[in-house]
Design a protein around this ligand. Structure first.
Ligand SMILES: Cc1cc2nc3c(=O)[nH]c(=O)nc-3n(C[C@H](O)[C@H](O)[C@H](O)COP(=O)(O)OP(=O)(O)OC[C@H]3O[C@@H](n4cnc5c(N)ncnc54)[C@H](O)[C@@H]3O)c2cc1C
Length: 405
């Protein structure tokens, strides 16, 4: 069992989602004591992000968990933009980036599999404490450390440490307690996601496991994870009865619009969720640092939300290790983290995801034809296709962020 350096204070992590879990493991591996506080009674199992891009897999490989994930997940080495009106398919072959990364593919795997894998790894470190039913509600800080104020089933407790990492998701209490503004906007429409075990790959010609589908009536995204197919649709922003979107009747209609089979589809989970584009005004306040959805959120088109959070976590972990091991100046490191990750989140992820949504939702036939033509031409030219994949696989943005002084 790895031993911590008992002379150093623990780092407090609020939230055991992907960002918090990765930070906990990265610090634990360097013998830094960690207390991870999670408000739920166990690691949540919910269907949220399911795509891991190559840079995330490279980082997770350094932590020793990528192979386990690959063994459980689905390797997707091509993805498609399909036009249902013309039946044209633009296919991007990710082997074009095999000279750039050890992982020239998207790994489709539920995000909760990552947190569960890391949860098992963390058990081997005596210097890591994971406390469930511990919700951080506030904090106090001074020059020496941070005290988190935590709600538990038996009342309020305080937890003291060197730093507090707010990995507590989009509604982050840590961000609110730090009085950090979360500027941006929320789209009028919600997104609906439903899963089914129906084998779409058997009825659509040459279907890849990740597909962005344009359609004169409604666009959708069809994704396969290791277990199921998931379909994501936009909903009508004018509709006041949004409950109807979660009914069997409505989802059957949507699925039959996609493929008109006889009889009902088997429907698994369903979620209707608000879609936001927001970035925190700063990623730190003294000894308190925000990571992942706590400091940026975007629409899911392109699968950049969780991946961006993982990239934050790795970036911050290396800085915290330097701060703790070498007693280097934390404010300088956090300001650097803010420049590398916040400005990038605004410029790259926000712009890309907003553009992806705009492009998918246009129903103007000329626009749709122009868009599909662009995809077809790009996919057919290996240089252009490689450049396209490098952007969307988030390789360029991770490399560029590391160049920011
Ligand atoms: C329905 C849905 C679908 C999505 N689909 C995609 C997708 O396809 N692709 C993509 O890239 N992204 C997607 N996302 C976004 C993705 O899930 C998030 O970007 C990712 O989960 C962020 O990870 P995180 O660790 O920052 O936060 P979270 O995963 O939200 O984890 C936060 C953790 O903190 C805990 N917590 C919250 N408050 C407190 C507190 N005060 N104290 C202690 N613990 C606390 C929570 O219980 C949770 O375990 C989706 C999100 C939703 C809601």
């Amino acid at each position: 069992m790895a031993q911590a350096n008992s002379s150093i204070q623990p780092v407090i992590i609020a939230g055991a989602g992907p960002a918090g879990s990765v930070l906990a493991l990265a610090l634990a591996k360097k013998n830094i004591p960690v207390i991870m506080l999670e408000k739920h009674h166990s690691l949540p199992i919910d269907l949220r992000a399911s795509t891991f891009h190559p840079p995330s897999l490279e980082m997770l490989d350094e932590l020793g968990v990528a192979q386990e994930m690959i063994d459980m997940g689905l390797i997707v080495d091509r993805y498609q933009y399909r036009d249902r009106k013309t039946n044209e398919v633009a296919e991007f072959d990710m082997s074009l980036i095999s000279d750039e990364t050890k992982f020239p593919f998207r790994l489709q795997l539920e995000q909760y599999e990552l947190t569960h894998i890391i949860g098992r790894h963390l058990q081997q470190y005596a210097h890591v404490e994971v406390l469930f039913e511990h919700e951080v509600v506030d904090f106090e800080q001074d020059d020496d450390g941070v005290t988190a104020i935590v709600n538990t089933p038996t009342g309020e407790v305080t937890v003291h440490g060197s730093f507090l990492l707010g990995c507590d998701g989009a509604s982050s209490n840590v961000r609110k307690a730090a009085k950090i503004n979360y500027g941006g906007f929320t789209y009028d429409e919600k997104f609906l996601v439903a899963s089914t075990s129906f084998p779409f790959e058997e009825v659509f010609d040459n279907l890849s496991y990740v597909n962005y589908v344009s359609d004169p009536d409604e666009w959708c995204v069809i994704l396969r994870t290791e277990k199921i197919w998931r379909v994501l649709w936009p909903t009508d922003p004018q509709e006041t009865d949004t409950d109807k979107y979660l009914t069997d009747e409505y989802i059957q209609q949507r699925l039959h619009h996609l493929y008109d089979k006889e009889g009902d589809f088997d429907i698994g989970h369903r979620t209707l969720y608000n879609v936001h584009q927001r970035v925190a005004e700063t990623y730190y306040r003294g000894r308190v640092v925000l990571v992942g959805d706590a400091c940026h959120i975007n629409n899911p088109l392109g699968g950049m939300g969780m991946n961006g959070g993982l990239h934050d976590a790795f970036n911050l972990a290396s800085k915290l290790i330097d701060i703790i091991e070498n007693n280097s100046d934390h404010l300088q490191h956090f300001a650097h983290y803010d420049r590398q990750r916040k400005d990038l989140a605004v410029e790259f992820v926000q712009n890309h995801t907003i553009a992806n949504k705009k492009m998918m939702e246009s129903t103007d036939p000329d626009e749709q034809a122009k868009r599909q033509k662009m995809f077809m031409e790009t996919a057919a030219d290996p240089d252009k296709a490689k450049a396209f994949i490098m952007e969307r696989a988030m390789i360029n943005c991770v490399r560029e962020s590391l160049l920011v002084e």
